[in-house]
Design a protein around this ligand. Structure first.
Ligand code: ATP
Ligand code: MG
Length: 590
């Protein structure tokens, strides 16, 4: 390893293999994409700006930007903005933010400076149009004037070949004239459509995508970027390969459902290359299986339904699998990247367990999250032999394995807060926390972590029989870290905060949004398995230093899990905390 570091030129990247890396490495070895002034690996992430990105998109982002990073290439962010009706600037902005937050950039240091590779398919509308005229001219496209219903009926299905349109053999000059008139706005939506004519018998192709696919349609719609310049818009299957080729993409990576679109992708680029539109070699498409994550839905449409129906508070609700939701919940970009690396890329469909993502999160947070104390379900503890108004300074490391992170200080006082569950009137077997004297047996002895050993002397109850306070005595010579303190042998060790200085704070205990591991599989109604306990809000007592927690700061609250100061609702001196994840997985065992 150390030799590799000294000589990067000969060092093989120490990356786990996957089929995409194998393809890229073999192309690099063969020099497939060596071109002047360009890297040999150029990928792209091509979202449609019609919603918020989710964890599935995060995988695609990590795959595409990750390959570029690992092989000295570049990755483009390209908005596939060819459907003016559904696209909005709000989505463009959040997508840009999300990709940046995940840790990626589309800037590339080229031979003549920084190149910014943020693109829009709409940048290519002129070229796309010119290429369509070329296809018509070459007999590879024609204007179809059937109604939408006729076209659907004539398309056939998986078992039945399609039927040629009566307009399929109309003269090229006639198609060209109508196409120009379509562009000039002489027709209404749906009156005509431009279709590819791949081969004589294309309408009987077993691949439905090859049956004279539509490449341009009339849409009298305002476009976010091109305004009212156009009233015809290119179809996705036509736009996508051409955008890839114009950007000199080398490896066009997408999910498996596009496998059947690849023959058209290849045909289109080959046909247009013959017309001299592109530099060779043209991009190649490769497919990998999409991410299916248990307890999560990743359809934009269904996520929108959760927002619209008020099941969640918005796209960035910490229970949402959107990137903005994960971010607000407290996920780190590093954890998401680690997760994508760990699950790898394959061609086989399957489900990844949510616990894998949560495991990556714990792995990332454990070494870096400062520790803090929080009592989530408070019960008063009274140290009867500790003087009222007095205070004893206590401290503990910010991180048990990183002394360089310093120490935190907090006072021990007569009244403290402990967790409700740390006291039992009648202890069950093996319970080592507080219980009162029973008969001639003394009460239990418990160490208050980083403080003193105490012995339970009694407890108070209200009229309803609810325990309102636990009473103890402390042993003055038992303070943690002082000589002789370890002569006290106790089995219970619990956390606490001083009632005199505790910070009262809202803590939101988040859990999975669904109880069914596959909430929408097989057309299931996902609203039927919404987890009623996906959010519980409590008023907790935190150690006093927590008042300075800034939005997005993450902590481990000892015994409870990882928490983040909510980026939306935290105010100076008044943090609101979200539980990111518990310390241990409580789902797999169920
Ligand atoms: P949705 O079905 O949720 O609307 P989409 O695929 O229509 O998502 P796009 O904006 O077209 O959304 O997606 C951009 C890229 O992200 C595409 O290349 C797509 O294949 C990829 N992608 C979308 N969902 C997943 C997923 N679950 N796993 C991996 N990649 C995904
Ligand atoms: Mg899509």
């Amino acid at each position: 390893m150390s030799n590799d570091k000294k000589n990067p030129a000969t060092a093989a990247p120490a990356l786990p293999s996957n089929f995409l890396r194998a393809i890229v490495e073999s192309d690099l070895a063969a020099g497939t994409h060596v071109r002047e002034g360009m890297p040999s690996v150029i990928t792209r992430f091509p979202p449609e700006p019609n919603g918020y990105l989710h964890v599935g998109h995060a995988k695609s982002i990590c795959v595409n930007f990750g390959l570029a990073r690992d092989y000295n290439g570049r990755c483009h962010l390209r908005f596939d903005d060819t459907n003016p009706a559904k696209e909005e600037q709000e989505y463009v902005d959040t997508i840009i933010d999300s990709v940046k937050w995940l840790g990626f950039s589309w800037d590339w240091q080229g031979p003549s400076g920084t190149e910014v590779h943020l693109h829009h398919a709409s940048d290519y509308f002129d070229q796309l149009y010119a290429m369509a005229e070329y296809l018509i001219d070459q007999g590879y496209a024609y204007v179809d004037s059937q109604s939408a219903e006729e076209m659907a009926a004539n398309r056939g299905n998986f078992n039945t070949p399609g039927t040629n349109s009566p307009f399929r053999d109309r003269p090229r000059a006639e198609s060209l004239q109508i196409f120009r008139d379509m562009k000039a706005g002489k027709y209404k939506d749906g009156e005509h459509i431009l279709r590819a004519r791949i081969s004589e018998d294309a309408m009987s192709s077993p691949n439905m995508n090859m049956r004279d696919p539509a490449i341009y349609r009339i849409r009298h719609e305002h476009h976010v970027r091109t305004g009212d310049d156009w009233c015809i818009y290119p179809m996705y299957d036509y736009t996508h390969p051409i955008s890839d080729a114009l950007e000199n993409i080398t490896h066009s990576i997408c999910t498996l459902e596009f496998q059947d679109h690849r023959p058209f992708y290849d045909w289109l680029l080959e046909t247009l290359s013959a017309g001299g539109f592109f530099t060779m070699p043209v991009p190649r498409q490769y497919e990998f299986s999409r991410l299916n994550l248990t307890y999560v839905i990743t359809s934009k449409r269904k996520l929108r339904q959760l927002v619209d129906d008020g099941v969640v508070t918005g796209w960035d609700d910490p229970r949402m699998p959107t990137i903005v939701g994960l971010r607000r919940r407290g996920y780190t970009p590093e954890a998401i990247q680690l997760f994508c690396e760990r699950i790898g890329v394959t061609k086989s469909d399957g489900w990844i367990d949510m616990s894998t993502l949560e495991g990556c999160l714990r792995e990332d947070l454990d070494p870096k999250a400062p520790r803090a104390t929080a009592v989530l379900r408070p019960l008063k503890l009274i140290v009867e032999n500790f003087p009222e108004g007095a205070s004893e300074a206590c401290s503990s490391p910010v991180h048990p394995h990183h002394p360089e992170m310093g120490v935190r200080n907090f006072p021990f006082t007569r009244e403290l807060w402990i967790e409700e569950e740390d006291f039992m009137e009648a202890p069950s077997k093996g319970y080592f926390r507080y219980y009162p004297p029973i008969g001639d047996q003394p009460g239990s002895r418990v160490r208050l972590r980083h403080g003193f050993v105490t012995e339970c002397t009694g407890y108070d109850k209200d009229g309803d029989g609810k325990v309102t306070a636990v009473r103890v005595k402390y042993f003055e010579d038992s303070k943690s870290g002082t000589p002789g303190s370890d002569t006290y042998k106790v089995k219970g060790n619990i956390h606490w905060v001083s009632a005199a200085t505790a910070l009262e704070a809202e803590v939101r205990l988040y859990d999975r949004l669904f109880t069914d591991p596959q909430p929408d599989a097989g057309g299931k109604d996902f609203t039927a398995s919404l987890n009623p306990n996906a959010l519980e809000t409590v008023t907790a007592y935190l150690e006093p230093g927590m008042k300075d927690a800034a939005a997005d700061q993450r902590f481990q609250f000892e015994r409870h899990g990882y928490f983040v100061a909510d980026r939306v609702d935290t105010r100076p001196g008044k943090p609101v905390f979200n539980r990111i994840v518990t310390l241990k997985d409580s789902w797999t065992a169920k």
